[in-house]
Write a new protein. Structure first.
Length: 403
């Protein structure tokens, strides 16, 4: 079976190969004696193209893994298509991966809108839809989506962490929320509603934006006029950077909180202004390569070496690369657990049977545990604060690793 090379703008997927001559088993599409085909969609273009770096981090990890011989004697043939962060495009590209490329499964597809558009199709086809890069809470409903697992902490979990932080440090103060008008943003608003209950309406002003909006200036002006002392930004890097910058221009100085997926130095804080961003709070499960406490960490050193070799233009301060790198580690563990049984039935079984996996770029104390009732790889977080040159974690790890 011949494979056409897949051209991926902005991502050098250097390991598209001719498949081995051994035909794939009927119940294991995309698998031969020498390789396994895996598909993914990334926003290589469009309003959330900063997230493409997550894909590049995964590609770099897989390149390094293939250099070592792959897993179980099989190289990973990762086929990547651009979905431009567009739901219709995501459906089109995912169908191509499943029906034309005949991949074994979909792995690490990026973005809440894109995954929302494809999740029903993949589950209906019983194609494993694994460790998607979205924290939308509904994606982790294993009863509704038994073939899907998630790679990020749920936005509901993350929102609860921020709500607790606000309650502890800003008792009685008004809160403003700028949120993306989809599952990403709505989950954060829902978490604050759940936490503040009857006080929500009197304390919180929430305004949304669309990913197609050119700016969010008017929303920030209105949120300032609410008198809030806390501003939660629940969206993607482009809009988070705009909101931080606009707050500064308005001389509005609330305690700003940004969600994990927008906490990239390269994609959010630098465009907003590193000095302007001092004091911003977020939550994380990553080791920050710039943090002095990890200066001698062997896994951080290996991360730098892999990125230097396989993604030489990568800015390792961008958490998106770290996300993708950690995703690669989960993929490696999954394939090791599958052994020679790479049927879709066993792949999803093993995806829900990961125990005690310590990711190379995860904060100590945070582990991956999945089971037949838990679709989430990550269920723990730690708060962090931007000090002008790096993120500094504080407090304890919040949440419990599912058993």
């Amino acid at each position: 079976m011949n494979l056409a090379a897949v051209a991926c703008s902005a991502v050098a997927v250097s390991f598209l190969l001719l498949s081995g001559e051994t035909p794939a088993a009927e119940n294991a599409p995309g698998v031969s004696a020498t390789e396994i085909k895996i598909g993914s969609t990334f926003p290589l273009s469009g309003p959330a193209s900063a997230f493409a770096n997550t894909g590049k981090g995964l590609v770099a990890y897989v390149d390094a893994l293939n250099e070592r011989g792959g897993v179980g004697g099989r190289r990973i043939n990762l086929i990547v298509f651009d979905d431009a962060y567009s739901p219709p495009k995501a459906v089109e590209q995912t169908r191509k991966l499943v029906e034309d490329e005949e991949v074994a499964f979909i792995y690490s597809a990026i973005g809440t809108p894109s995954n929302a558009a494809t999740i029903k199709y993949l589950n209906a086809k019983k194609v494993p839809d694994l460790f998607i890069v979205s924290g939308a809470s509904r994606f982790s409903n294993f009863k509704e989506f038994p073939y899907t697992t998630t790679g990020l902490p749920s936005y509901e979990t993350e929102g609860n962490v921020y709500a607790r932080y606000v309650s502890d440090g800003f008792a009685g103060d008004r809160v403003a929320i700028l949120y993306q008008n989809d599952d990403l943003g709505k989950d954060f608003v829902g978490a604050f509603k759940q936490h503040f209950k009857d006080d929500f309406a009197g304390r919180v002003t929430a305004l949304s934006y669309e990913v197609t909006d050119p700016t969010i200036d008017s929303q920030v002006v209105n949120l300032k006029n609410s008198g809030a002392r806390v501003l939660l930004i629940a969206g993607t890097p482009k809009f988070a950077a705009q909101a931080i910058r606009k707050s500064h221009e308005l001389d509005w100085k609330p305690q700003i909180i940004i969600n994990l997926v927008s906490s990239s130095i390269a994609s959010t804080l630098r465009p907003a202004g590193l000095d302007v961003s001092v004091g911003i709070v977020s939550a994380t499960y990553y080791k920050d390569p710039a943090d002095p406490q990890f200066a001698g960490d062997e896994n951080v050193g290996q991360f730098r070496r892999v990125m230097s070799k396989f993604a030489p233009n990568a800015d390792t301060s961008d958490i998106n690369y770290i996300t993708g790198y950690n995703q690669g580690a989960i993929l490696e563990q999954l394939l090791k657990q599958c052994g020679d049984d790479l049927s879709r039935e066993n792949v999803i079984k093993q995806a829900r049977s990961i125990r005690g996996l310590v990711l190379p770029m995860a904060i100590p104390g945070i582990v991956v545990n999945t089971d037949e009732t838990n679709s989430q790889a990550i269920t723990q977080l730690k708060l962090e604060r931007w000090n002008g040159s790096g993120w500094q974690t504080f407090g304890d790890v919040i949440g419990v690793a599912r058993k």
